[in-house]
Ligand binder design. Sequence first.
Ligand code: UDP
Length: 367
Amino acid sequence: MTDRPLSLVLVSTPVGQLGSGRGGGVELTLASLVKGLAQRGHRLHLVAPEGSCSPVIDERVTLHTVPGVDQPSWQHADRNEPMRIPRDAVLPRLWDRALELASDVDALLNFGYDWLPLWLTPHVAPNIFHLVSMGSVSAVMDSAVADLARWDQRRLAFHTRRQSDDFALVDPPDVVGNGFDLSRYELQLITDGPLGWAGRVAPEKGLEDAALVAAQLGETLRVWGLVEDDAYARRVESAVPAGTIEWCGFKPTDELQRELGGCRALLNTPKWNEAYGNVVVEALACGVPVIAYDRGGPGEIIQDGETGWLVAPDDWEALAKATLQASAIDRLACRRWVERCASQEGLAARVEAWIRRGLLPVNGTIS
Ligand code: UDP
């Protein structure tokens, strides 16, 4: 294996410009990887929707933006919905630009959860890799992932094993976890703060269960995140006593981590097979134990009894009981877990290793 720096095109999500929050956890993952891969000496082109900012000012990173209409996000579509590409869509333009840049790079790395780049992969000479950002939410996408896995599964990586279990794969999956710039998260050791919840406010995130827990304990729940679904947010709020939820809005990372770090515990209540769960790790990075359903990525990330408590999915009464045990968790141990398992540097190293393996000829010999 060679140590020559790689030249890569990173293709952002077609759901919202970087910094809007509409891309969810992908935005932070991408920012982290841009910084981590640049630090390792690689040359990067970042292709993103117009209005995006580069996560880092670095001579090794060039931002290219293209205009166009957002792609509808798959997690809010019916499972059997067909692939839709709106008129003037940004998605094909991202790939037009990425393929234009491809002639003198080693690989293209896709962050969008979309059919088009998966379908393109076996049809073009440039090496396209995909960091799959969600579990199974659509039949069209399930087939596209399975088809690509049959062609060459080394082009696919996942955030957690539980996420990858959703797909029909032919080999054991490449699981790269995720990574965070830990210099941006401050450990706070206070143990008498409020309860917190963070994420896109949308049904798959299960805010209603966290609200029930707070109501049962007679506490306020501080909620950070983009309200994607207003009607849903109002339904959740009206199901609990007035004042149970304190809406804190969508905050940039610096503020989010400061406020999150003041919490006694983060409640995490996914109703879907969460691929990873960035907010879980961001809370842990600040020393905040996480009390969660044992489902999807959070169920794999949280070390029961060491960095938080896991309870049976959808059992909000068990979640309330576990929340009373939050102070039994050592906040320093939460931070230490993130330093060991979810640093920006670690993610960049794992992604680089995955891409280098995928660039080898199929029989494993170096040509
Ligand atoms: N987030 C943020 N500000 C907020 C609340 C959330 O920047 O006030 C970010 C958070 O840092 C995380 C993302 O929103 O990266 C949510 O990602 P997660 O993986 O938890 O869920 P997703 O939205 O991808 O399903």
